[in-house]
Design a protein around this ligand. Structure first.
Ligand code: XMP
Length: 516
């Protein structure tokens, strides 16, 4: 792999994704990694990430300098660039020349890093410190007005770095620069792609599972759908999938799973219909956390009952169910400390989570993958577009999008409004720009309106369109006014009981994406 050394502040995941977009497999490691640990991973390249600290401050994150002596090509970005400069005998200083945002950069040397690029270009800067003097033996490749040493290179030692952030889209030649490092400077082929991933995973799953049976819970979302499809490709009908219809699903979701997905994959699916059980359990409850707990508890109960039924059936056949498929993604692994030793930022909040006394071994075919890679693999496997392109949807479903008590009527109403919003966003071609758009029913609020000649007294629907990279932070999406008008018109005309549509214009933080 190419190792992406994490100096903090969430830059590393973005860099790791960009490296993979260049067709090279990458893994994130903590900056505390030693040269020996690096060697053990047999990397073909190293990228040092940016970070929020100053290299000369005591206790700032550092790098084992022996890593730069291993003969592995290294590319430093921002803080990583400064760490390199300092370790190699250059000088880093606070010059007062703080640069933030889009900055004009001038190419100073004819070098493979910037080969084929315009000699002046816009780059994204964010730094207070800078490399005052490049280390001996290094060529200065680029400068800006405030930063004379904005990029350097040493081809003999295959060490390179830039002050700006090539991983962000605002750096106009950023991806090209990263690819120049990977392909030209480090000589790495672009051979990481969805076909290879599927092939490798299929072989690994066959080896892990043998002839045992495997069970998988489908949520209707993209991760579990793709995970199950890979496992099915590997072990066929040894896999059985369970889909719980708890009545908190969106319009058409059950049909898409039961018909379209099953048709595309040939997977054996068992649907458990517990809509009534969930409504009864949730009757009279309006507190968000209580709702979440009830939904989680009922879900686990339902799934475990389905498991017992299937286990009994499998035992009668002589091949026990030993494995459970999970659609865990790489960001979950990194964030729960499994990937890089970083702190636990967020614990999983899938419905209910896994019980402590799990009786299965886990099969996690997506553990090394980012969301966009999972989607690419889903497309490669021929899964329905509605499922592969699906935006994140919380495990507790529409249950946490009704502010107030959950009833059948309210669910039906919200489902209708949600379907209109999804349809219009897709029709406007905005699916790729929006991370997700929760549609929320304020069931406890009523306002006065007028329709025809009559007074109405109905509920408001909230639109919550957000843009985000990872759901940890988000901004509200500036949807076109005409589109908002159309959505509002359709909802108030078509959904009985709703007489007002409002737009949530809060970023996260301070708001969360969901209302409950
Ligand atoms: P918040 O509301 O915390 O949501 O900003 C962040 C992201 O997580 C999703 N979400 C959930 N996903 N189970 C899930 O699987 C849950 O209980 C849950 N709650 C929120 C939310 O849709 C957003 O993408």
């Amino acid at each position: 792999p190419v190792l992406v050394v994490d100096f903090g502040a969430q830059y590393a995941q973005l860099i790791a994704r960009r490296v993979r977009e260049a067709g090279v497999y990458s893994e994130i490691v903590p900056h505390s990694i030693t040269a020996a640990e690096v060697s053990a991973k047999n990397p073909v390249g190293i990228v040092l990430s940016g970070g929020p600290s100053s290299v000369y401050e005591p206790g700032s994150p550092s790098l084992d300098p022996a890593i730069l002596e291993l003969g592995i090509p290294v590319f430093g970005i921002c803080y990583g660039f400064q760490v390199m400069a300092q370790a190699l005998g250059g000088a880093v200083a606070q010059t007062g020349g703080r640069e933030y945002g889009a900055t004009d950069m001038a190419v100073k040397a004819d070098h493979a890093l910037v080969g084929g690029q315009p000699t002046t270009q816009t780059v994204w800067m964010s730094h207070g410190d800078q490399v005052a003097t490049a280390p001996a033996g290094f060529t200065v490749v680029a400068s800006t007005d405030a930063t004379p040493v904005a990029a350097f290179a040493n081809d003999e030692r295959r060490l390179y770095g830039v002050q700006w952030h090539p991983e962000v889209k605002h750096s106009e030649c950023g991806q090209d620069l990263l690819e120049n490092f990977l392909h030209k400077c480090a000589g790495l082929p672009a051979d990481w792609n969805s076909e290879n991933v599927i092939e490798t995973q299929v072989a690994a799953i066959r080896a892990q599972v043998g002839t045992s049976r495997v069970i998988c819970g489908l949520s209707g979302g993209v991760d579990s759908a793709v995970a199950a499809a890979i496992v099915h490709k590997a072990v066929g009908d040894q896999l059985v999938c369970v889909f719980v219809d708890h009545g908190l699903l969106r319009q058409d979701e059950r049909r898409q799973v039961e018909e379209d997905y099953v048709k595309a994959t040939g997977i054996r699916l068992v649907t458990v219909d517990v809509r009534e059980q969930f409504l009864n359990a949730l009757a009279g409850v309006s507190d968000p956390e209580t709702k979440r707990k009830i939904i989680g508890r009922e879900f686990i109960r339902t799934f475990e009952q389905a498991e017992r039924d299937l286990m009994a059936e499998a035992a009668a056949d002589g091949e026990p169910i030993k494995f459970l498929v999970q659609g865990t993604l790489y960001p979950d692994v990194v964030e729960s400390g499994g990937g890089s030793g970083t702190a636990n930022i967020k614990s999983h909040h899938n419905v209910g989570g896994l019980p402590d006394d799990l009786q299965f071994e886990l099969v996690e075919p997506l553990r090394a993958l980012f969301k966009d890679e999972v989607r690419a693999i889903g497309r490669e496997l021929g899964l329905p577009h509605e499922i592969v392109g699906r935006q994140p949807f919380p495990g507790p479903g529409l249950g946490i999008r009704i502010v107030g008590e959950i009833t059948q009527e309210r669910l039906d109403l919200l489902r209708e409004a949600d379907a209109i919003v999804r349809h219009e966003l897709t029709a406007a071609g905005l699916d790729d720009q929006i991370w997700q758009c929760p549609v929320v029913l304020l069931a406890d609020v009523r306002s006065v309106g007028v329709m025809g000649d009559g007074r109405t007294y109905g509920h408001p629907i909230v639109l919550r369109p957000v843009s985000s990279e990872d759901a940890m932070t988000a901004d509200w999406t500036r949807l076109p006014y005409d589109l908002l008008a159309k959505i509002s018109n359709r909802i108030t005309n078509e959904v009985a009981g709703v007489n007002r549509v409002v737009l949530d214009v809060t970023s996260k933080p301070p708001g969360t994406i969901e209302w409950e």
